[in-house]
Design a protein around this ligand. Structure first.
Ligand SMILES: C[S@@+](CC[C@H](N)C(=O)[O-])C[C@H]1O[C@@H](n2cnc3c(N)ncnc32)[C@H](O)[C@@H]1O
Length: 664
């Protein structure tokens, strides 16, 4: 019998995998570190495997010196975001190559004309590497306790493919069919997909990319050009037939929605643990070990039936007790947004985290959110305006919270002055008014002995949009965030070891609304408990403290936050950048006169070019464990990085042995 793997090793591999780092890269680095630290795991595990990440990059740097071809995983150099951008651009050939192939699947000519040798010549070896790792080879019997949240998992065993092929091969291609990431590996396709010498008449790759995105958002039937098309002859990926049940959307159900906020019932198994336990407990799938069988499970019931799609992977479940949500690679939003948002990974074979896409926040079990229409008084809505408030002579009452000025311009972007003030608050909070609570909800959750005084909350500027009780039209210029995402975005695997990220596919002027942060509305205490049970693997949350200044006492059920770990929107993929991030978060009131609940909207703080990664400052103090964001070694690449002072890439071996706080 093969020896059981060390659980610490398995845990380290898993942590690196979450960051998009392949096993092949982890192995040599981990071996070196174990030698260096004399198998003392404390140093290796510290600060979320910071030493390991550094060691991986060092090996990679060395390799880059010795082997000229570019490696896929690159550390962003300190300096600016353009660096990140250029990395994306550098590698866009790979991404677009995939698109090019798909664009040609209709005629098949490109594929037929492709000389595999020429293809190889055009690709760097690292990008051609096809992961042969078979999950069945990874013994998971000793795998570390998995976080209670579900995670993306890639059923790549030969058995999985065999079953998929048997049931789906030779099915005709149907543009209505949806290609799910869980059934494909973009990387595996690279060998066959990249045309050797794109003709000179071809559009530039980035133009094609943009065009692909445009086609998708225009709803043309060229989806396959963008992400994939059933190609059973080549066996490059499999297609799951369309689901024949009703939409997976919670959002559209009439029941349960109160003034724009969807309420889940007490017994809806909202906690991560509860949700997945309930799925597992009730499922009665096929008795065999089939993989990739799609099952639908009623998880939430509220009068009308709502169902959640789960990909039931018996084989995976037996090993990890994890359930994976289906993810549509052409549109991770499941149609919940006005635009489709695709997801792409051309760096490694890591699958995206599994989560349930929602476009409006859901009220959790304990949070108290007042959404009653009766609470919206005359002073909170414009009852004499008509059509577009912004075009009227008289300033409407909805500008009360923004000092009698509209936050938006008639061009549909944020007012420059207002934006600059919000940016300044984010970058230099100490220069702005703050208030300090007597019993800070962020401290109350702690043991009495560990409590510290309130660290202060900014008195933030809040946008109040017009809402349904107002007399203006739905197209009023003072209703921007409530109309949802309108620009083309894409989730992509970053090149700098930050895992998945979000980027724009079009140029965005300064002050453009990009998206909201959507998730479960929890109390701070609920989040605290959830994070504790999550064994360090929760996504990040946003505290809704903009209204706290208006109240002397903040009751427990009013201290709210948003957690996008299990239910969330595209904002859950936005990575952190210290100080000079290109997005700024601004509280917005829409239909909620309750000052303890507000939405959080992201606007561009500068002009952002197409394909540039979108980033926000999480507001982390990297020396302070109090922040809800799970600690990570910052790889933002900013010259203002608050985590850089501890970091020196060229450190000596002796230095490597020092605790991180002492490194220079
Ligand atoms: C809200 S998630 C962002 C999406 C995430 N990258 C993913 O793959 O799902 C936040 C997590 O992303 C990673 N992350 C975000 N910004 C980072 C940065 N500047 N450097 C390193 N890791 C980062 C950290 O692991 C963090 O806990």
């Amino acid at each position: 019998m093969a020896p059981k793997p060390n659980p610490k090793v398995a845990k380290a591999f898993r942590a690196m995998k979450d960051l998009g780092i392949s096993e092949d890269m982890v192995k040599p680095a981990l071996k070196n570190l174990l030698k260096l630290y004399d198998k003392n795991w404390e140093h290796i595990e510290a600060e979320n495997y910071r030493a390991l990440i550094d060691a991986i990059f060092e090996i990679e740097d060395e390799e880059q010196v010795h082997h000229q071809p570019e490696q896929p995983l690159k550390r962003p150099r300190p300096g600016n975001q353009d660096q990140d951008f250029s990395l994306v651009e550098e590698n866009i050939a790979t991404t677009s190559a995939t698109f090019l192939h798909f664009a040609n699947t209709n005629s098949d000519t490109a594929l037929n004309n492709t000389d595999p040798q020429q293809l190889q010549d055009t690709m760097e070896p690292s990008k051609l590497a096809v992961s042969n790792s078979n999950p069945s080879d990874e013994s998971e019997s000793d795998s570390p306790p998995s976080c209670l949240r579900p995670r993306g998992r890639r059923p790549t065993s030969s058995k999985a493919l065999a079953i998929a092929e048997a049931s789906e091969a030779h099915q005709p291609c149907d543009t209505n069919e949806t290609l799910y990431l869980s059934q494909m590996s973009l990387k595996d396709q690279h060998k066959e997909l990249v045309p050797s010498h794109p003709s000179e008449e071809d559009n530039t790759l980035s133009e094609r990319l943009s065009q692909g995105a445009q086609d998708i958002s225009n709803g043309k039937d060229t989806e396959e050009e963008f992400i994939g098309k059933c190609d059973s002859a080549n066996g490059v990926h499999r297609v799951i037939p369309p689901e024949n049940e009703t939409s997976t959307s919670f959002h559209n159900s009439a029941n349960g929605i109160t003034d724009g906020v969807l309420l889940l019932p007490e017994d809806a198994a909202l906690s991560t643990h509860g949700l997945y336990t309930s799925i597992h407990d009730n499922e009665s799938g096929p008795a065999d070990n089939s993989i990739g069988t799609v099952n639908r499970k009623k998880v939430l019931e509220m009068g009308a039936e709502k169902s959640v799609s789960v990909i039931k992977n018996k084989w995976n479940q037996a090993r990890t007790s994890e359930t994976t949500y289906l993810l549509d690679a052409t549109d991770i939003t499941k149609g919940e947004e006005n635009v489709r948002i695709s997801i792409i990974n051309h760096y490694n074979d890591v699958f995206p985290p599994s989560f349930c896409y929602i476009n409006e926040s859901l009220v959790g079990r304990k949070a108290q959110v007042n959404v009653s229409l009766a609470q919206i008084g005359k002073e909170d809505c414009c009852s004499t305006c008509a059509r577009d408030c912004l075009s009227l002579k008289d300033i409407c009452i909805c500008t009360r919270s923004t000092g009698g000025r509209y936050a938006y311009t008639t061009d549909g972007i944020l007012n420059e002055e207002f934006l600059e003030e919000c940016i300044s608050m984010t970058r230099n909070p100490q220069k702005h008014s703050q208030f300090f609570c007597e019993d800070c909800p962020l401290q109350v959750r702690k043991d009495k002995d560990a409590r510290e005084p309130c660290k202060g909350h900014l008195v933030r500027k809040i946008i109040k949009e017009c809402w349904r009780k107002c007399q203006c039209s739905k197209h009023c210029g003072n209703r921007l965030v409530q109309r949802g995402i309108s620009h083309k975005l894409q989730v992509f695997m970053t090149s700098g070891g930050k895992g998945w990220g979000l980027r724009t596919l079009v140029d965005l002027p300064k002050g453009t609304f990009v998206c909201e942060y959507v998730g479960e509305i929890l109390t701070v205490s609920e989040l605290y408990l959830r994070n504790q049970s999550c064994l360090g693997n929760c996504a990040d949350a946003v505290v809704l403290d903009a209204g706290w200044a208006s109240s002397k006492e903040i009751k427990e059920d009013k201290a709210l936050c948003l957690d996008a770990t299990v239910y969330g929107n595209v904002a859950r993929f936005i990575n952190h950048r210290c100080a000079d991030a290109n997005l700024v978060a601004i509280p917005v009131e829409v239909e909620t006169p309750d000052h303890f609940y507000h939405r959080v909207a992201f606007f561009t703080s500068k002009k952002v070019g197409a394909l540039e990664e979108l980033t926000r400052d999480y507001g982390i103090n990297f020396n302070d464990c109090d922040h809800f964001t799970r600690p990570f070694s910052c790889r933002c690449g900013s010259t203002f990085c608050r985590n850089m002072k501890h970091y020196n890439r060229k450190r000596t071996k002796e230095n490597a042995l020092l605790p991180f706080d002492f490194k220079i």
